[in-house]
Design a protein around this ligand. Structure first.
Ligand code: HEC
Length: 432
């Protein structure tokens, strides 16, 4: 970040006269915290401390500088210099915002004229359904079963099954997952939900994947710390059939405090009855570890790759890499049938406790012709230079625990027929 460094040293060299216009909390910093931090850093939300008042922010000034300068906070760890940069949920700071915060801390975190501050915002309750503003309350809420987690124990994987109770087919436009009690967010590391239902051949439009009758429609949604849920593109949705069931996988991580009756809710928002979206979206897991073949020697950075050929034209709606403590970076490239290669997305600052889902803006979501090769590359940093590495002298292989490794990507794929694909490509060309 040469530009940023320049700004920092320039701020240190400020002549005394320039201090008159120095950055202050009231004028410069509070608006940034409000827009980019307080959603999580407010009393009762998911972050460990509030950053609402001047006193809060001043107390944490050094740590704020360290986290924002390293682009660890706010959690948005995508490489901003390559690939698609238009997302629906971008919460990153601009270089200028980072420079403002850094300079404010370097100048002693002055308050400025606090009476200039706009009135404190009233925050929406972090424990309400977040998509309710948009869609009204969820149409269907499905709860997992209670699980008692000891204060100290290995990571646990809890896999109960819940009936959906549906008696007719419904199209889903948004899904949200949340631990029922706010305090349980500290131990629920991630949640997978699988939709089990009797699929007739052809109904999925995925003839290449559905051989005969298939029992599961596969993954319904994946949730991990830092994620709210998923809203599907305006022309797409997921299909739930009568008699369907949800199979859960709740990954729990003990924190030294016993937690009783940990439960998770799945909130489902349907399209109105009779509204059938044009396309069906399926959540796919692209395995980068080649069927759990990871081999990560001590004190080394290891690279793993895997390749998939798209059997039908498709639009990719998002990019969400999954690795653990040694996870460092992951890229997704498209090799088109004409041989052209394009880097679609790269996460270069992966943080294992933040499984950020990067959701493409509709007009920027990759459109892949049939026959495109998707190439995924993952890097694990098992050296002492990785601050998240608990022990660089261990050999690490594939496994469920956070001290073992994984490498895969979750992507909502909307499969298209050739005519739809051609139409979407033509629309894109017309936009430019
Ligand atoms: C999506 C929610 C979210 C947003 C947005 C967010 N944070 Fe955080 N922040 C957290 C959580 C949760 C933690 C604790 C876990 C961790 O450290 O990753 C945290 C940790 C931190 C810490 C470290 C606290 C410590 O104990 O050392 C700092 C500093 C911080 N955040 C600052 C910020 C700033 C500044 C912003 C905005 C520019 C911001 N965060 C935006 C959720 C968030």
């Amino acid at each position: 970040m040469p530009r940023l460094t320049g700004l920092i040293s320039a701020s240190l060299a400020l002549p005394v006269a320039a201090l008159a216009q120095s950055v202050t909390f009231a004028k410069d910093v509070a608006p940034i915290l409000r827009a980019k931090c307080q959603e999580c850093h407010q009393p009762g939300s998911i972050a460990p401390m509030s950053l609402v008042t001047y006193e809060d922010a001043r107390k944490y000034a050094r740590r704020i500088k360290a986290r924002v300068a390293a682009r660890v906070m706010p959690p948005w760890h995508i490489d901003r210099t390559v690939g698609i940069q238009e997302f629906k949920n971008d919460r990153s700071l601009s270089d200028a915002e980072i420079a403002t915060i850094v300079r404010w801390v370097d100048e002693g975190a002055p308050a400025g004229n606090l009476s200039d501050l706009p009135p404190a915002p009233t925050f929406p309750d972090p424990n309400r359904w977040q998509y309710a503003d948009q869609f009204g309350p969820p149409d269907l809420v499905i709860r997992s079963k209670p699980y008692d987690l000891a204060a100290r124990t290995q990571d646990k994987w809890f896999r109960p099954v819940s009936e959906t109770g549906l008696t007719e087919a419904r199209w889903v436009r948004a899904i949200e997952i949340r631990p029922v009690k706010p305090e349980h967010r500290k131990v629920v590391h991630h949640v997978l939900t699988l939709l089990e239902q009797q699929e007739a051949e052809g109904i999925t439009g995925l003839a290449h994947e559905a051989h005969g009758v298939q029992r599961t429609a596969g993954l319904f949604m994946e949730w991990a710390v830092g994620k709210v849920g998923e809203i599907f593109a305006a022309d797409a949705g997921k299909l739930m059939l009568p008699g369907s069931k949800i199979r859960w996988e709740v990954h729990l991580h003990a924190i030294g405090e016993a937690m009783e009756g940990v439960e998770v809710d799945l909130g489902i928002y349907f399209y109105p009855k009779g509204v059938v979206p044009q396309r069906r979206t399926v959540l796919r897991m692209f395995d980068v570890s080649r069927g759990s073949e990871l081999d990560i020697p001590p004190n080394q950075v290891a690279m793993t790759q895997n390749f998939y050929v798209m059997q039908a034209p498709a639009r990719l709606e998002n990019f969400q890499p999954h690795m653990h403590m040694r996870g460092k970076a992951m890229t997704m490239e498209a090799i088109y049938p004409d041989g052209r290669k394009e880097l679609l997305s790269a996460v270069n600052n992966f943080q294992w406790n933040w499984h950020v889902n990067y959701v493409y803006a509709e007009h920027a979501a990759p459109l892949l012709p049939r026959g495109t090769v998707l190439a995924f590359t993952a890097w694990h940093d098992n050296t002492a230079a990785n601050p998240n590495n608990p022990d660089p002298n261990q050999w690490v292989g594939w496994g469920d625990r956070t001290v073992d490794e994984m490498a895969h990507v979750w992507i909502d794929v909307t499969y298209l027929n050739q005519a739809e694909f051609d139409r979407l490509v033509a629309e894109r060309k017309a936009r430019r």
